[in-house]
Design a protein around this ligand. Structure first.
Ligand code: SIN
Ligand code: MN
Length: 277
């Protein structure tokens, strides 16, 4: 399939702060990505639990470089990089990837936040970043899919407060005011669908109280000319080596090499912000 975005898709992203690309990865590719997330020892060894504000926790694994694993190749694939470059308006590099592994029966909630509420503190001067959430399982309202306030990226970066030691969230008074003005939408996805969202878009998700797992892989890109002004973690610019779309199937179930070329993180970076009132 052609994966070049249309001018209408680019305009929708600018207006709403997100677009959904259905079936960007086919069943065979999703199977490879899902199995890599389940079986790759590097992912398993770097699983962290991030407390939510509702007494639960969400399991995540984070890494900062896109390597030669099948999930590194997905992040480097033409279809993903083309989309990110079309939406951000220039060359991009891989900023971070993460597995958000919401298990059945209580997998944790994410409070309302903007990704730029975190990434500002990584030294990104402009909000010229985006995230691509690849559904590995069916994700819908029943199992805690992503929710957005449509168009909220136009508010710019909004103050965040500490919700738990591991999660910051948008100042609740701002969320309440924004909710009165903006529509809440639910990113319901089938495996292989991708939702791409702007780093200032308000988003959250509920705990997964269903009996269906909700795992997603999120790949984030930064525009090259928005390289971090600080170098105190490893999310500064390194060239992204693109690969053709066929590289995933050609690689098969390829895991990360020993030696941590992906720069898996052992602790999420949570900037210090003020306490919630
Ligand atoms: C995120 O905001 O980074 C993850 C949200 C989710 O997995 O529901
Ligand atoms: Mn987020």
């Amino acid at each position: 399939m052609s994966t070049a975005l249309t001018p209408e898709q680019v305009a929708a992203f600018e207006r709403d702060g997100y677009i959904v690309l259905r079936g960007l990865f086919d069943a065979e590719e999703v199977d490879l990505l899902r199995r890599a997330m389940e079986e790759d020892p590097s992912v398993r060894d770097h699983m962290l639990v991030r407390a939510d504000g509702e007494g639960g926790g969400t399991r995540i694994a984070l890494w900062n470089r896109a390597g030669d694993s099948v999930y590194g190749l997905a992040a480097r694939s033409d279809r993903m990089v083309d989309a990110a470059e079309a939406l951000l308006g220039g060359p991009v590099y891989h900023f971070q990837s993460k597995l958000t592994a919401k298990d059945a029966g209580g997998g944790g909630a994410w409070e309302w936040h903007q990704d730029y509420g975190y990434w500002y503190y990584n030294g990104c001067l402009y909000p010229r970043l985006l995230s691509c959430m690849i559904a590995l399982d069916r994700t819908d309202r029943g199992n805690g899919c992503l929710q957005f306030l449509k168009g909220s990226h136009h508010l710019g970066r909004v103050e965040h407060v500490q919700i738990t030691p591991e999660q910051n969230g948008i100042d609740p008074a701002r969320v309440a005011a924004a909710e009165q003005r903006l529509e809440r939408v639910y990113a319901e996805l089938d495996p292989g669908d991708v939702v791409i969202f702007h780093c200032n878009l308000f988003h959250r998700s509920d705990q997964n109280r269903s009996d269906r797992r909700r795992w997603t892989l999120i790949v984030c890109y930064n525009r090259v000319d928005n390289d971090t002004i600080t170098k105190d973690d490893d999310r500064y610019y390194v060239p992204l080596e693109r690969v053709p779309d066929g590289a995933l199937k050609a690689a098969g179930l390829k895991f990360a090499d020993a030696g941590n070329a992906e720069h898996f993180t052992s602790k999420p970076y949570v900037p210090k912000v003020g306490a919630a009132e």
